[in-house]
Design a protein around this ligand. Structure first.
Ligand code: ZN
Length: 278
């Protein structure tokens, strides 16, 4: 029975959207690399990514990509035969046709032929909309305090010299790494689309993945201790389709973390879930 595997788009009806807002605080220096092409890079070898106003930010794609990779590992979907090339020989992600796959449903699939890391071809025929949208997280300027500014090399960032050893000549090659200092906070927003009961349960994976990220790292040089982050002050809103019709949006707060942590949020998940109703 193949026909049950393919969920037709027209059969999918949006019940509403869960909006997750809050802060991401850098607990150690945070480095998400930016482009050195066509930008004023201030002489730094490895600048961090910045917006048009020159403020560092966390691209939604970086955050989402990291979360996807953490959930892939947690769900046992990270082996080579379960991954396809996103960029040949460089970036691979998990993708499959299982209509119940949490990773593919939350983070999305691309239809058509894909090449597995093992070389085999796979045709992705299961159609399901991506549930999770992750916006760029914007730096909260006042989180960079006067005290912190005294130790900064640039307006919002510090520059660390790191030695990398040339593998051929063994010569030390000092390079400058720009990073956002510990204590910096970013405002994040994620939107989670709910189509059915399963999506309500799968929302747990989103919070679990955020918790996993706190014990992992965001950006680069995680092995040097960079990129430890904490989610704070999380607020969860539920906007049903009826709310979109009436224009009453972000009025139903179904959870407020306040001074608690993601661990507490996960403990309260059943209660949060019951408040998501069509
Ligand atoms: Zn999958």
């Amino acid at each position: 029975m193949v026909e049950n595997k393919v969920i037709k788009m027209e059969e999918i009806k949006l019940l509403g959207k869960v909006v997750i807002k809050g802060l991401i605080e850098a607990k150690t220096g945070l480095r998400i690399g930016g482009s050195t092409v066509g930008l004023d890079i201030g002489g730094v070898d490895n600048p961090v990514i910045k917006d048009a106003e020159g403020k560092p930010y966390i691209p939604g794609s970086s955050l989402k990509g990291k979360m996807r990779s953490l959930l892939e590992k947690a769900e046992g979907l990270a082996s080579e035969d379960k991954r396809v090339w996103l960029v040949k020989n460089r970036v691979s992600i998990h993708m499959c046709n299982d209509p119940d796959c949490a990773v593919c449903n939350i983070f999305g699939r691309t239809n058509g032929y894909q090449e597995k890391v093992t070389g085999e071809k796979i045709e992705i025929t299961t159609t399901s909309p991506t549930r999770l949208i992750v916006r760029d997280a914007v730096l909260i300027e006042k989180s960079i305090t006067e005290e912190m500014r005294k130790n900064l090399d640039l307006e919002y960032t510090e520059v660390k010299f790191e030695n990398s050893i040339d593998r051929i000549t063994s010569a030390a090659n000092p390079r400058q790494n720009e990073r956002v200092p510990a204590g910096a906070q970013f405002e994040f927003e994620m939107i989670y689309n709910v189509f059915d009961e399963k999506d309500k349960e799968n929302l747990r994976h989103v919070f679990k993945t955020m918790r996993l990220l706190e014990d992992d790292y965001l950006g680069s040089s995680g092995s040097r201790g960079y990129g430890k982050v904490e989610f704070k002050d999380v607020k969860i809103y539920w906007n049903s389709i009826k709310d979109y019709e009436s224009g009453k949006l972000n009025e139903k707060i179904i959870y407020e973390m306040k001074d608690k942590t993601l661990k507490d949020l996960l403990n309260d998940f059943e209660e949060i879930k019951t408040q998501i109703s069509g």
